[in-house]
Design a protein. Structure first.
Length: 368
């Protein structure tokens, strides 16, 4: 156990931070993985609240000095206007102690300006001390509850939201809003107590520090009771916090299931369209081939009829001119008859073969 003692609360932070860092470096170099820093004493909130009160008092004084300066400046300008009107008159009258009043007002303005400047310098120092005290409080809370780096970062962002005070926005109202937000979301007593909507009004300087002290005390108490800092409950809706983790992934599969059937239907339509197209093509091809074969048959029949008509004409001519024709012509006519018969037989053979092929193709189409 190590004890760090000092007359000022905020000065302990640098020594405690350096001690913790050296412990981590030393045991890390030795290869010890089970080493852990801890803090077992009570959180020094009274000393911390004294620093907060001092800073808030200086802020209130700065506001008072600002108001007094504005009043004295208005008074000084009014005296100046009256004196100028008196000096512009052709018949000047008595000043009625306006010069004395103007001199006193001027001295008050100078004194107030000096006091405001001194208060501003002290306010800067007080804010620096407040930052050191807040760093010490965050370090003690992290060692007390063993907070992770992410939780420590959330605590730092909550208690140290500003780098410097401004007349429009100060440390007290910013920290009060941040701490109350944590108390209503991730550090609430139960998920039912979480706030559905948080007030987003303008931040103004508080009248006193009782509200802020109460909120910081509640923050430490709920951290001591096992509360954990997280940003997952920033939705501020109890239903989303109460829902199990598995329910969050339900909407996505529903969308996918709704999208998948159209794709499957399109694929099925595409497949169904493809299969009839093949059959239609085969039928069309077979019909084309059958039409071609029919045309060939018709052409063969026409040729045969033409040949038969020619032969009949030739026979009639031959009968009429048998006596005049020579025997050589009879031989030629017989040869022509034989050739025509052979050609007719070949054509009939071709037509039979084609008809056989058509039947086979039709049978194949039916099988398919």
């Amino acid at each position: 156990r190590y004890r760090i003692q000092s007359e000022s609360f905020e000065d302990i932070w640098l020594v405690a931070k350096e001690l913790v860092q050296r412990f981590d470096q030393h045991f890390a170099s030795l290869g010890v993985k089970d080493f852990r820093n801890s803090f077992t004493g009570p959180i020094p909130l009274p000393e911390y609240f004294e620093t907060v009160d001092h800073h808030f008092e200086l802020r209130v004084n700065a506001q008072k000095y600002q108001d007094l300066l504005s009043e004295r400046a208005v008074q000084f300008r009014a005296i100046q206007r009256r004196l100028l009107t008196r000096f512009k008159d052709k018949t000047p009258g008595p000043l009625q102690n306006l010069d004395t009043l103007m001199e006193g007002t001027y001295r008050q303005v100078i004194a107030l300006a000096d006091a405001a400047e001194d208060n501003r310098e002290r306010l800067i120092q007080a804010f620096t001390r407040l930052r050191s005290a807040t760093h010490l409080l965050i370090l003690l809370l992290s060692l007390w509850q063993g907070l992770s780096s992410e939780q420590t970062a959330i605590l730092e962002a909550t208690l140290l939201p500003l780098l410097q005070d401004t007349p429009q926005l100060g440390w007290e109202e910013s920290v009060d809003a941040a701490v109350s937000h944590l108390l209503k979301t991730c550090l609430s007593r139960s998920p039912k107590d979480q706030a559905i909507s948080l007030s987003t009004g303008p931040l103004t300087i508080p009248k006193d520090m009782s509200r802020l002290k109460k909120h910081i005390t509640l923050l430490c108490d709920r951290l001591g009771k096992g509360g954990r800092l997280s940003l997952s409950s920033e939705a501020n809706v109890p239903t989303t916090v109460m829902m199990p983790v598995g329910c969050e992934s339900i909407p996505e599969p529903i969308v996918e299931q709704e999208e998948e059937p159209p794709l499957q239907q399109d694929a099925a339509k595409y497949i169904k369209k493809k299969q009839p197209s093949k059959r239609i093509k085969s039928k069309s091809d077979s019909s084309k081939e059958s039409s071609r074969e029919k045309k060939e048959k018709d052409s063969g029949k026409d040729k045969e009829s033409k040949v038969s008509s020619k032969e009949s004409k030739k026979e009639s001519k031959r009968e009429s001119t048998k006596e005049s024709k020579e025997p050589s012509k009879d031989k030629e006519s017989t040869r022509e008859k034989e050739s025509s018969k052979e050609s007719g037989k070949e054509k009939t053979k071709v037509s039979r073969k084609s008809s056989v092929k058509v039947k086979e193709k039709k049978s194949e189409a039916g099988d398919s």
